[in-house]
Design a binder for this molecule. Structure first.
Ligand SMILES: [Zn+2]
Ligand SMILES: [Zn+2]
Length: 371
């Protein structure tokens, strides 16, 4: 806490007081106080009070005399702010911004949004953070489209009865399972070979799930052809591939386009999965966060995530891969300053700064200059 107003005795100086020193009216010696703008934090989200006393004295030397925050100028810049103890020691807040100096010590791992006892181990240097600054909170948001489930009925049954079927290792064992009264009727529509193939294909369910964006892309590209039939069967996903005759007119403009899909109904769900401070971490071009991305948790043991849904419509235009590669190979794109280099579907600021083409990292392409 700091005094709300400057003391009369010292122009532009305010006493720094611990919140425990406040009276029952949340005042200090009758004067009103406000929280200081500064906290100590780390990129993993941990945030805590600054240890002003240790900072001013450069160690905990036991001094308990009054601390002051002196301010020169009116800009509120760090260079204008000095923490001063009445013992004579003082230190500019500029020092606190130097991460390498570890002037604020090591991060305390405090997670006050999860409660008082939610501290965890952290060995990042504590960094000076202005509570209201834009870099105080970067949400990590996962976006997915609602997609119709195109599952084969036999696959759906195998998934439903996984408890019984996952142990099946050869087709002969199915006779035993069919004899179980609860399962006889359910299994009746399918032959042994069909069931066994499905068990082998999906039964163990151990394969990694494909990336979110890949699944969405597959669903968009699998849209049946249609035009003028905007009668959505599924209110969450209704897509129709436009017949070529509607949009392809033999011009060079439409040549690089492989398909146009009309999206009559879409539902996108955006879920908040965590957050970081100081640096934003964004999903890759597959719409997923790398598995080793560290983020601040929304709960001690998250069981649900806050989400919103967007409903909308639009057009999906599929480009011919060869046309994209021909465009990427144009020397004009890569000459000159990196700032003029193309950055496509890129959320990574570092990649943007380098001027690299992020799609190249995940594609098997070997033709683009950056692949
Ligand atoms: Zn002192
Ligand atoms: Zn930390």
């Amino acid at each position: 806490m700091q005094e709300d107003r400057e003391s009369e005795a010292r122009e532009r100086s305010r006493r720094l007081v611990h919140r425990k020193a406040l009276d029952e009216k949340r005042r200090f010696e009758g004067r009103s106080v406000v929280p200081t703008r500064f906290v100590a934090a780390c990129p993993l989200g941990h945030v805590d009070d600054l240890d002003w006393r240790r900072f001013a004295h450069r160690s905990d030397d036991g001094c308990r005399r009054q601390l002051w925050l002196d301010e020169r100028g009116t800009g509120g810049d760090l260079v204008d702010l000095t923490v001063r103890c009445e013992c004579g020691k003082s230190r500019s807040l500029v020092d606190a911004a130097e991460i390498e100096q570890r002037a604020l010590g090591t991060c305390s791992g405090a997670r006050p949004w999860l409660g008082r006892y939610a501290r965890e181990m952290c060995n990042q240097p504590a960094r000076l953070l202005v509570r209201t600054a834009a870099n105080a909170y970067y949400p990590q948001i996962l976006s997915v489209l609602s997609l119709p489930e195109h599952r084969d009925p036999v696959d759906a049954l195998v998934a439903e009865l996984a408890d019984y079927l996952s142990a099946i290792t050869h087709v002969g064992q199915l006779a035993l399972i069919r004899g179980m009264p609860a399962l006889t009727a359910k299994l009746a529509p399918f032959g042994d070979e069909e069931l066994f193939t499905a068990i082998q294909r999906t039964g163990t369910g151990t394969g990694p799930d494909p990336p979110v964006k890949q699944v969405e892309l597959d669903a968009l590209l699998a849209a049946p052809e249609g035009f003028g039939d905007d009668v959505p069967v599924d209110p969450d996903f209704h897509a129709r591939r436009l017949p070529n005759r509607i949009w392809r007119h033999g011009s060079s403009f439409s040549d690089p386009i492989a398909a146009v899909v009309q999206l009559h109904r879409l539902r996108e769900v955006l879920a908040l999965t965590g957050f970081t401070r100081f640096e934003a971490v964004v999903p890759d071009t597959n719409g997923e966060y790398e598995t080793d991305v560290e983020r601040a948790s929304l709960a001690v043991e998250p069981e649900w995530f806050p989400a919103v849904e967007n409903r909308g419509e639009g057009l999906f235009i599929q480009l011919e891969p060869d046309a994209v590669h021909r465009w990427l190979e144009r020397p004009a794109l890569w000459s000159g300053s990196t700032s003029s280099a193309p950055v496509i579907a890129c959320g990574r600021r570092s990649a943007a700064r380098r001027g690299t083409f992020p799609g190249a990292h995940t594609s098997s392409c070997t033709r683009s200059p950056t692949c």
